[in-house]
Design a protein around this ligand. Structure first.
Ligand code: BV8
Ligand code: ZN
Length: 239
């Protein structure tokens, strides 16, 4: 699958991955817009917003608690592990839209979480923020300062964390290879990152069983799943 761009990969000085829910699909975490999609059952535009949270914090927290327990029970798959192993051969940065922490659990060290983390919880008022992997006895959970806690994710209509977004743009503008894996590129501004890579003259490679709006503009778009294609990518460096 990857033979046509093997030399480009071997000569790469800085490989950047943009990943989405598709890379965690083979860890048993449903994607958003796919047939098993999370958003089929729930209208995420209704739930993943600050208005929904203040309108019905218990309902939004029930949705996040269901996802937290599924994510905490999941394991990184061969796709996550291959990207982590790649760090032995090349500088690798991961710009992920995912909030599941599986890249870090696979051993990747340079992970930029564009949409936050479902494992981290923060206060809606004070600066309390912590990684909490246990489930909450009462929803919504309340902070010591008596205000509601919220998942430390970026909701629709909320800006991405400024520092994370700035470093993501820098990475997209300075990489020589960008791998776009498991994302429909439906959500902005993350979907601009492959455009920035193209503008900087990087080779853009996509791995996705389905076509996306970017497919036609990539150097190669591989119709495969992440857990199949990424170990093959790694084998290019192991020869
Ligand atoms: C912002 C965290 C500005 C929460 C997420 C109209 C109305 C309202 C808003 C907008 C609008 N138009 C545009 C907007 C902006 C909006 C947006 O883009 N909306 C879209 C839906 C139209 N964006 C925002 O609001 C962003 N903020 O713009 O702020 C601003 C600036 C300053 C000041 C104030 C405001 C914030 C966006 C972040 C939202 N949070 N998640 C949570 O998860 O609960 S987004 C959510 O979608 C996830 O993070 C997810 O990562 C992301 C993108 O989805 P994908 O990862 O691509 O997943 P998807 O299911 O779509 O696709 C999976 C792909 O994998 C498919 O292509 C499939 O083929 C493939 N696949 C399947 N299996 C496999 C596979 N690939 C490989 N292997 C497999 N096995
Ligand atoms: Zn507080």
């Amino acid at each position: 699958m990857l033979e046509p761009i093997a030399d480009k990969l071997r000569q790469a000085k800085n490989i950047v991955f943009v990943t989405g829910a598709g890379i965690s699909q083979e860890s048993g975490i449903p994607t958003f817009r796919g047939k098993d999609g999370l958003w089929r059952k729930h209208d995420a535009m209704k739930l993943a917003t600050i208005d929904a949270f203040y309108e019905d914090p218990k309902l939004v927290w029930e949705w996040y608690e269901e996802r937290r327990s599924n994510i905490l029970a999941a394991e990184p798959n061969a796709g996550h592990l291959a990207i982590a192993a790649l760090e032995k051969f090349k500088p690798v940065h991961i710009l992920t839209q995912n909030i599941d922490g599986l890249h870090q659990r696979a051993g990747s060290s340079q992970v930029h979480e564009l949409h936050g983390s479902i494992i981290t919880v923060r206060c809606t008022v004070c600066d309390f923020k912590d990684t909490i992997t246990s489930s909450f006895p009462k929803l919504p959970p309340i902070c010591k300062c008596k205000n509601m806690l919220r998942p430390d994710v970026v909701w629709f209509g909320e800006p991405l964390p400024q520092g994370v977004w700035n470093s993501a743009i820098c990475q997209a503008r300075s990489c020589d290879v960008m791998m776009v894996v498991g994302t429909s590129l439906a959500v902005s501004p993350a979907n601009l990152l492959p455009v920035y890579a193209k503008q900087n003259g990087a080779a853009v490679i996509e791995i996705n069983p389905e076509e996306t709006p970017m497919s036609a503009d990539t150097d190669i778009s591989i119709r495969s799943s992440a857990a199949k294609a990424l170990p093959e990518l790694l084998s290019i460096f192991q020869k």
